[in-house]
Design a protein around this ligand. Structure first.
Ligand code: ACO
Length: 283
């Protein structure tokens, strides 16, 4: 049975990039239960979609997301414990487990409002680029709950302790430049350049060996909670694992292209994809 058409999510595929828009612009892309179900399904599908090399998470109509829908996600589920639990699981799954462990590179593109629970997908993605004039807020303290779901945890992990306490406890709105300064996003750019900047980053990522890029992002995430002994062992095993399942044969190809062919400089660019060595070309 095929899935029903998407209503609260819009996907635009172009040139290897899948642009995934939360699509409730009239509600500033506040996240309702139905939207969570569609996002979970969409990300599951795109992870194995061969046309999708990079996923961008964005919001329709000029806003990233005003966080959880207070009416539909909170009040609407108050007297429905089973449904509430199911929805929390789905909401957390796409905003954290799926995105945090995603096989493909992910970028959050922030404009307009990015509030409360939207910090989950903001911080689960690999990269985030914001418009300078975007508005961020951990608003929960202003209306009566802790930062939503895992937000307190992911914020505390992402930025300096003092910034986490300050913005978590004050709820003050701040702009994209401040978000870049404290480390919620990689950089803030003029609004007119936002999409082009995200596209350029996506193309840079697509030019790299997918197997090496995937292992690199997984490794950087996993070692954060390991001690040195565990990290040494894990990273050695991870490096060896890349060579077992890498259509580009990146290690051999990269060295061959630099040492023998002198075709590129690793400091300035990746080796060209599709240039893996064969027995004929080895010499
Ligand atoms: N939940 C439910 N509805 C929302 C939400 C939300 N989080 N955010 C906006 N809306 C709705 C409004 O109720 C309004 O609906 P209506 O047209 O039916 O009245 C519509 O979206 C537009 O919102 P306005 O407030 O009219 O838009 P404005 O541009 O003036 O303000 C702003 C936008 C600042 C984002 C404001 O809506 C706001 O403060 N929203 C609450 C954001 C918030 O605190 N989110 C955190 C939720 S907690 C969590 O995520 C864990």
């Amino acid at each position: 049975m095929s899935n029903p058409p998407l209503k609260f999510v819009r996907v635009h595929k172009h040139d290897g990039i899948s642009w995934v828009y939360l699509n409730r612009p009239e509600k500033r892309n506040a996240m309702s239960p139905a939207l969570h179900v569609e996002m979970d399904r969409t990300l599951e599908e795109l992870e194995v979609d061969t046309d999708t090399k990079v996923v961008v998470i964005a919001g329709e109509g000029g806003n990233f997301s005003a966080g959880q829908d207070l009416k539909e996600f909170f009040r609407g589920l108050e007297d429905k414990p089973a449904e509430s639990k199911r929805m929390q699981e789905i909401a957390n799954r796409w905003r954290w487990e799926r995105l945090y462990n995603y096989d493909k590179p992910t970028i959050a593109m922030i404009e307009g409002y990015c509030v409360g629970g939207a910090f989950m997908q903001l911080l689960a993605t690999d990269f985030a680029i914001s418009a300078e004039d975007a508005t961020f807020s951990l608003s929960e303290v202003n209306w009566g709950i802790l930062p939503g779901a895992l937000v307190a945890k992911v914020v505390a992990d992402a930025v300096l302790y003092r910034h986490a306490l300050y913005y978590g406890c004050l709820g003050d709105a701040f702009d994209g430049k401040e978000a870049a300064r404290v480390g919620f996003v990689n950089r803030a750019v003029p609004p007119a350049k936002l999409e082009a900047d995200v596209t350029e980053l996506a193309h840079k990522l697509m030019a790299k060996s997918p197997a090496v890029l995937r292992a690199t992002k997984q490794a950087i995430r996993q070692v954060r909670t390991m001690d040195f002994g565990q990290a040494t062992d894990y990273l050695a095993a991870k490096n060896a694992a890349i060579r077992l399942n890498d259509p580009e044969q990146s290690y051999k190809t990269g060295i061959h292209q630099f040492i023998d062919k002198k075709s590129y400089k690793p400091v300035y660019q990746p080796f060209p994809l599709g240039s893996m060595i064969t027995d004929q070309s080895k010499k």
